[in-house]
Design a protein around this ligand. Structure first.
Ligand code: BG6
Length: 501
């Protein structure tokens, strides 16, 4: 479907009354990797789709001494390299450039924040502000504090009043365990109201991830079988073929469990397992997601060891053919590092719907493929007819939801092979990507648009972040205290297998 075509014949879910107000978007860490690869290309795409208010301005805040022109040049270059909407259109680039200004300052300098406040209080600028913290995680709290000290906290508390909002967008990682996440929330909530804090998990902005709610609840065929009576197991895989690149400094402290499982995999788990929400209002959905996390069974350390595996890539070849001497040889990684680059965990959501159904979460780097998907395997039919004869050779029906790449879904059915009495699996496939290739927005586009519109549905609530940490803290503690083996797997392989139940 062309997103610009007449939508009158479709069921349109967007809130037609939603008003996108003008705002100043202040990007902290404006010359960093995240800003250049994701945030500014997303702003360009939003501008191109006419989803930014004409009066919206963008202020890049960073340490480097750039002129406005140099900064605009950086952004134009980044858009041309990283926007998915190519080629970049000169008139949109010019429109974006006209919105942009640059502010040179240090994040630990109160004087810089005082200057920022007096600049932002200019009555000629939109009164609403969106502060985007694209900085290191140790700077989330201190930057929010400096903003509040300069009178730029939530609109109801600050100096230069006016406008309807002052919002804070916070990147990941959100804390490094439950305690630090809680204390970060406390710091942020001292400066901004919870409803003004937008915690990012970019997986939630992916179209295929948003589609999970549509797929489950806008169809009537799935819901009756979406439970322990019909489902045998659910596997959630986020597998990456690349290594950790130049991110060793951060990654060696985080590992796959904190970097991926606590956020992206847990979010996929929540959307797959949650009950139908009472409405599509943000709080209804977020409430149901938290309930899933509350229902994840608490395991003893021994149980966790038996249900999980941690691995680290050793020497081998990446999928692109390049070679690696292994994780421990990566820059800024300790040569005796025990950080996991692969984590898998089998858990159960102990509620009425899913009790007894194993959920298998798996993520890793330097694997033989780059692929994220959710696979729902249904129980085999009763044994009377084919099952009795074929046993395990009769494939169970499985629904696969491919998050990326080749976004789509398919379901496997058993069917007769013509000419012989043989059963083979036939797949019914939908390529979500091909059907919608005309405009397939990137996660950051959606998330920045939603933060500007004040819609928190696709952002993480404080209690949700804490509950997700509860799972990961227990796993990491069990690994460390139980001296779990660290399986060294060959880079480019499929990674270690989970112990059998
Ligand atoms: C980030 C992790 O959150 O997600 C990275 O820090 C990971 O380690 C990335 O590579 C994966 O995101 P995507 O969108 O490329 O699947």
């Amino acid at each position: 479907m062309d997103s610009r075509e007449d939508l009158s014949r479709y069921c349109v879910m967007d809130d037609e009354d939603q008003v996108i107000e003008p705002a100043v978007i202040v990007v902290f860490g404006a010359t960093g990797d995240l800003s250049l690869r994701k945030i500014f290309p997303a702003l360009y795409n939003l501008d191109r789709m006419e989803r930014l208010h004409p009066q919206t301005k963008v202020l890049g805040f960073a340490r480097k001494n750039h002129s406005r022109e140099e900064f605009v040049g950086l952004i134009e270059n980044a858009v041309s390299r990283f926007s998915h909407m190519q080629p970049a259109q000169p008139e949109v680039l010019a429109r974006l450039a006209a919105r942009i200004d640059y502010f040179c300052g240090e994040l630990d300098d109160p004087e810089a924040f005082a200057r920022l406040a007096s600049l932002l209080c200019d009555p000629d600028l939109p009164a609403n502000k969106l502060f985007y913290l694209a900085v290191g995680p140790d700077l989330f709290g201190p930057t929010a504090k400096r903003l509040a000290e300069a009178g730029l906290g939530s609109a109801d508390r600050g100096a230069c009043p006016g406008g309807t909002f002052r919002r804070l967008v916070v990147e990941k990682p959100y804390g490094s365990d439950r305690t630090s996440a809680r204390s970060l929330s406390k710091t942020l909530q001292d400066c901004f109201s919870e409803h003004d804090i937008f915690r990012i998990d970019h997986y939630l902005g992916k179209e295929t991830v948003q589609n999970l709610i549509y797929l489950r609840f806008a169809n009537s065929i799935f819901e009756p079988i979406w439970n322990r009576n019909h489902i045998e197991s659910i596997e959630i895989d986020v597998l990456e073929s690349g290594g950790i690149g130049t991110r060793g400094g951060y990654y060696d402290r985080a590992g796959a469990s904190r970097d991926m499982m606590q956020n992206h995999l847990v979010q996929l788990l929540c959307l797959t397992a949650m009950e139908p929400p009472a409405s599509l209002r943000p709080e209804s959905i977020r409430e149901e997601k938290v309930k899933v996390l509350n229902s994840v069974r608490t395991y003893s350390k021994e149980e966790l060891l038996a249900r999980s595996v941690r691995g680290q890539y050793g020497p081998g070849k990446f999928a692109d053919g390049s070679e690696t001497a292994g994780y421990r040889a990566e820059p800024k990684v300790a040569s005796d590092s025990r950080t996991e680059t692969f984590a898998a965990l089998r858990l159960e959501v102990d509620n009425w719907r899913f009790a007894g159904v194993p959920f298998i979460l798996r993520t890793g780097k330097a694997l033989d493929r780059q692929m994220s998907e959710i696979r729902i395997t249904f129980r085999r039919p009763p044994s009377t007819l084919f099952q009795g004869h074929c046993g395990d050779k009769l494939a169970p029906n499985a629904l696969t939801i491919r998050i990326q790449p080749d976004e789509g879904m398919w379901i496997g059915f058993n069917a007769k092979v013509p000419g012989v009495a043989v059963i083979d699996v036939n797949e019914l496939r939908i390529s979500y990507r091909e059907r919608n290739n005309d405009y397939f927005p990137e996660a950051y586009e959606r998330l920045i648009g939603d933060a500007l519109a004040g819609d928190p549905t696709l952002f993480i609530r404080a209690d949700e972040a804490e509950e997700a940490w509860r799972l990961v803290d227990a796993l990491v503690e069990a690994w460390n205290e139980g001296n779990a083996p660290l399986v060294i797997y060959e880079a480019g392989s499929s990674g270690p297998a989970l112990p059998r139940p």
